[in-house]
Design a binder for this molecule. Structure first.
Ligand code: WT7
Length: 630
């Protein structure tokens, strides 16, 4: 694409950036992939290890239940570890970790492999078998990575619950997945305090009946309750002579489940998104390599939590599949001072730094001087994910952190897509606020309400028209929901739930969610989850939650509550309800405001009209009210 063809404010990559990149010409690659996208993915699969090669790249005979690398046998954990341990990479650092309290450790591929085997053999001794679900509820320490890889090694399905979720959210996810084993840490350091993860888990387990064994990882060392016969310290088991380093890998079919990860959808409870060993592996491996241009010399830092899809795909699987060095940090960016991240980049020589717009906005507030006191010259690439990045934050990131030499990879994707879907590569000209174009081989479009493509610069529903290897396979145990959520509004096309525009250069500008999902600091929350927590409080009759714009968080949660008869409206009750949601769902879901009302605007079929509530809070015209009941 020549310079003249692109309109608007454009940032071109330097010759140096292009010279050393895996992909030097995006258009050429795109052209080649477009001719034969299945051939492209088959070539990528060849770069990984298969116990048995696939007989077919894609089986689309039973849409929308696509199968990739049909009949192939592999194991993603084997590809992350054993594949490297059999090469000189065995001595390379796989993982560098620093705790918020300053404790730190590094692990070679050799050691990470051994630790994973040990962890896997402990899981086996607890009776965990292929296909069993294991819930993991931990802070950001090396053991969370090891636990995930250990599950994958023996074919167990991991279900990681983000440590920022709390009692009811954890309970619901354990119960829905029917996990018999829970892996939990005693606590995690966050902003100088301890999040009592084991205590929260104990409370959740009082509500759930499926868990038989709890494996407790010692991190903070505070006193925790250990229930006889149920709870075991991981470090004690590790020292038992029955625990071996030698835990054979289980050969998995390409389509065998790798993990489930709960995320909020349009309605009701959160849904378990299912990903598989084969396609997810090829998708995360390839996008990591092409978009973040990962090399052996790199030190890659993704600041997400392993408990979100970003952490699954781009802290654990994508980087390790590529034999990269990953950095993991336990704590908060502002503890003890707002320079912590910049200090860590300098200390560990991070070369690729991938974070979220909300974090950038949050750190911008403290001014440039915190970053300027550190040598950030090791950086060569930056990344952004989670929500649209506002041009102001983009430019600050580009200038103050990247010193105008590091292209920003703004990556649009979802829990369901498993891998980057709209993202540049280092050689691609950038426009602040756009993730540029879909990854080669992926065709996306923007539809109007009737399913017709809209014109340039018009807003509409963002859809995906072609299958991709890392795509969600189903909502675990609920195939109907899967079809209903993603494939029914525009049959034959995957509905992302986002609205977007496309400009004359084919660049896509994502605007935000069009469903009942709220993005708070990039975290995905469902209005239903917050509302059901509120109505479970003894004072509340009905509740509605909406997202309203917030300078740093992107959106903040605003709740409307109808109290039960005879309950008095007090400031104290507002505080109680906010804290109650935090206790039940998690601190990330704590409402910014709670307003008491007498009624809620509803359609005749009883659906809350959130659009009307939002207009009220923002003081704007609510638009068409013809479907309003009263
Ligand atoms: C939703 C998916 C998978 C990454 C973490 C979030 C929003 C994500 C971007 C971006 C604009 C973005 C979308 C999407 N989103 N990345 N670069 N630009 N919006 O995964 O929790 O499943 O959320 O996050 O609204 O639908 P998730």
């Amino acid at each position: 694409m020549s310079d003249k063809e692109i309109s608007g404010e454009v940032y071109y990559p330097s010759k140096d950036v292009i010279k050393n990149a895996h992909i030097k010409d995006w258009d050429k690659l795109n052209e080649k992939v477009s001719e034969d996208y299945l051939g492209f993915w088959a070539e990528r699969a060849k770069e990984l290890h298969w116990f048995k090669k696939h007989s077919k790249v894609l089986d689309d005979s039973n849409k929308p239940f696509f199968k990739w690398f049909v009949d192939g046998k592999t194991n993603i954990s084997y590809n992350c570890l054993d594949r490297h341990v059999n090469t000189p990479r065995k001595n390379k650092i796989a993982l560098i970790w620093e705790g918020e309290d300053g404790e730190h450790t590094t692990m070679s591929y050799f050691r990470l492999h051994k630790e994973t085997c040990k962890f896997a053999s402990i899981l086996k001794s607890l009776g965990v078998k292929k296909g069993d679900r294991v819930t993991i509820y931990m802070g950001r320490t090396p053991e969370i990575v090891i636990a995930m890889l250990a599950c994958a090694r023996i074919g167990a399905i991991h279900s990681v619950v983000y440590g920022g979720f709390s009692v009811e959210a954890l309970h619901e996810r354990i119960e829905d997945s029917q996990s018999r084993v829970l892996i939990v840490s005693d606590g995690a350091y966050q902003k100088g305090k301890i999040i009592p993860l084991k205590d929260i888990a104990d409370e959740a387990l009082q509500r759930a009946g499926t868990v038989e064994h709890v494996l407790v990882i010692k991190r903070t060392g505070q006193a925790v309750n250990m229930e006889q016969g149920r709870d075991m310290w991981y470090h004690e088991l590790m020292n038992l002579p029955i625990v071996t380093n030698n835990c054979p890998v289980v050969e998995m079919d390409s389509e065998d489940p790798l993990f489930i990860l709960y995320t909020s959808g349009t309605t009701g409870k959160s849904k378990a998104i299912l990903h598989t060993h084969g396609g997810y592996m090829v998708g995360t491996y390839t996008t990591m390599k092409y978009v973040f241009d990962i090399n052996d010399e790199d030190r890659f830092w993704c600041t997400a939590d392993p408990g979100w899809i970003t952490g699954h795909s781009y802290i654990v699987y994508g980087p390790l599949l590529n034999g990269a060095t990953v950095f993991l940090y336990e704590g908060s960016p502002t503890f003890p001072y707002p320079n912590r991240w910049w200090q860590l980049i300098e200390k560990y020589g991070i070369t690729i730094f991938y974070t979220a717009p909300t974090a950038i906005r949050g750190l911008m507030r403290f001014g440039e001087s915190w970053a300027n006191r550190h040598d950030l010259s090791s950086l060569r690439l930056l990344g952004s994910v989670g929500e649209p990045i506002n041009p102001e934050a983009w430019k600050w990131f580009y200038k103050v952190i990247g010193k105008e030499k590091c292209p920003i990879m703004d990556t649009w994707w979802q829990t369901e897509t498993g891998m980057f879907m709209i993202a540049p590569m280092p050689c691609v000209p950038l426009k602040p606020g756009s993730g540029t174009r879909p990854f080669p081989g992926i065709i996306m479009d923007i539809f109007d309400e009737a399913g017709k493509p809209v014109g340039n610069n018009q807003e509409g529903f963002l859809v995906i028209k072609t299958p991709w290897p890392a795509m969600v396979r189903e909502i675990y145990n609920d195939k109907d929901k899967y079809i209903e959520q993603y494939w029914s509004k525009f049959p034959g096309f995957y509905l992302t739930g986002d609205s977007a525009k496309r400009d004359e250069d084919g660049y896509i500008w994502v605007i935000g969610r069009v469903d009942d999902v709220i993005k708070v600091s990039g975290n995905r929350l469902g209005t239903a989850e917050i509302e059901s927590a509120l109505v479970s409080h003894h004072s509340v009759a009905e509740a509605a939650a909406i997202g309203v714009p917030h300078e740093i968080k992107g959106n903040a949660i605003y709740c409307f509550v109808i109290l039960k008869q005879g309950i008095e409206r007090t400031e104290g009750l507002i505080e109680e309800l906010r804290n109650y949601v935090s206790h039940e769902v998690g601190p990330i879901a704590k409402p910014e405001s709670v307003e008491f009302v007498d009624s809620l605007p509803k359609t005749r079929s009883g659906k809350i009209m959130r659009r009307v509530l939002k207009a009220k809070v923002m003081g704007v015209d609510p638009g068409n009210l013809s479907t309003l009941e009263e």
